[in-house]
Design a protein around this ligand. Structure first.
Ligand SMILES: NC(=O)c1ccc[n+]([C@@H]2O[C@H](COP(=O)([O-])OP(=O)(O)OC[C@H]3O[C@@H](n4cnc5c(N)ncnc54)[C@H](OP(=O)(O)O)[C@@H]3O)[C@@H](O)[C@H]2O)c1
Length: 231
């Protein structure tokens, strides 16, 4: 385990947090919100330009590339963040990609991609973080409301998110002895453009989504709050 003091009770000030997926809309917003609340943040993401922009906005937060298919490297992110920040109190994973189509229309390659990005990569990042994060720290990922209400045309995307959700539930129970706070954020549809950049297919008609900034504010409230939110 890295040196340092765990997040204990309300307050994010001084917490050392890895955001994996910080090049995306929700990851970037979460990194900024954590920074505003006094956390020190390490950023991992795929798009190097957007990652650099987020880093500059946070006064030069450390950055590292992230390829969902390189699970060993995903699992190594927490060790890197711990070295950069002098310890690690929490990890938030916002990596994900949508994919749409009726079950018989979706190719095996697309199914594999959806599981690699939405399940295997987040699980690898968090698995690598378990021995690194301080007792009482948090391990968090964004799944989605699709876990509770899968829509037609989302079978494989919903299945990948549901697999991650199940995995997080077991992790929460396994982590109790160390007071690890595990979060499964089942966010509703938000106006980030996420459903407009699927790996395959087209999104079903969706109502106007929620405000991403409001959702991220509430998400960080939960990360910051007392140790009672693991599902
Ligand atoms: N927006 C919504 O309505 C909504 C609702 C519920 C749940 N969610 C979940 O929230 C998370 C963030 O979504 P968002 O709205 O912020 O969308 P986003 O801007 O598209 O963010 C997705 C993130 O995943 C990364 N990513 C995708 N494929 C990758 C790959 N092969 N390797 C490495 N990184 C990859 C993207 O990297 P690059 O940007 O660098 O390519 C980006 O950082 C996702 O897990 C999504 O499923 C979103």
């Amino acid at each position: 385990m890295e040196n340092g003091t765990a997040v204990s009770g309300p307050g994010m000030s001084g917490s050392r947090v890895l955001v994996a997926g910080a090049s995306g809309v929700l990851g970037g917003l979460a990194a900024r919100e954590l920074h505003l609340r006094g956390a020190v943040v390490a950023l991992a993401g795929r798009d190097t330009d957007r990652l650099a922009d987020v880093s500059v906005g946070l006064g030069g937060a450390p950055v590292r590339g992230l390829d969902a298919y390189d699970v060993e490297d995903c699992a190594a992110l927490a060790a890197w963040a711990g070295r950069e920040l002098g310890g690690l109190d929490g990890v938030l994973v916002t990596v994900g990609v949508a994919g749409f189509g009726r079950v018989e229309e979706v190719s095996d390659a697309v199914v594999e991609h959806l599981f690699a990005v939405n399940m295997l990569c987040p699980a690898a990042v968090l698995r690598g973080a378990i021995p690194r994060v301080t007792d009482g720290g948090f391990l968090a990922a964004v799944t989605g409301a699709v876990v509770d209400r899968p829509m037609l045309g989302t079978a494989d995307y919903a299945a990948a998110k549901t697999a991650l959700s199940c995995w997080l539930g077991v992790l929460a129970r396994e982590g109790r002895a160390r007071r690890l706070r595990v979060f499964d954020f089942r966010l509703p549809h938000l106006e980030t453009g996420f459903s407009d950049r699927p790996v395959a297919g087209r999104a079903p008609a969706l109502p106007k989504g929620g405000d991403p900034a409001v959702a991220v504010h509430a998400l960080v409230d939960q990360l910051e709050g007392p140790a009672s939110t693991a599902r």
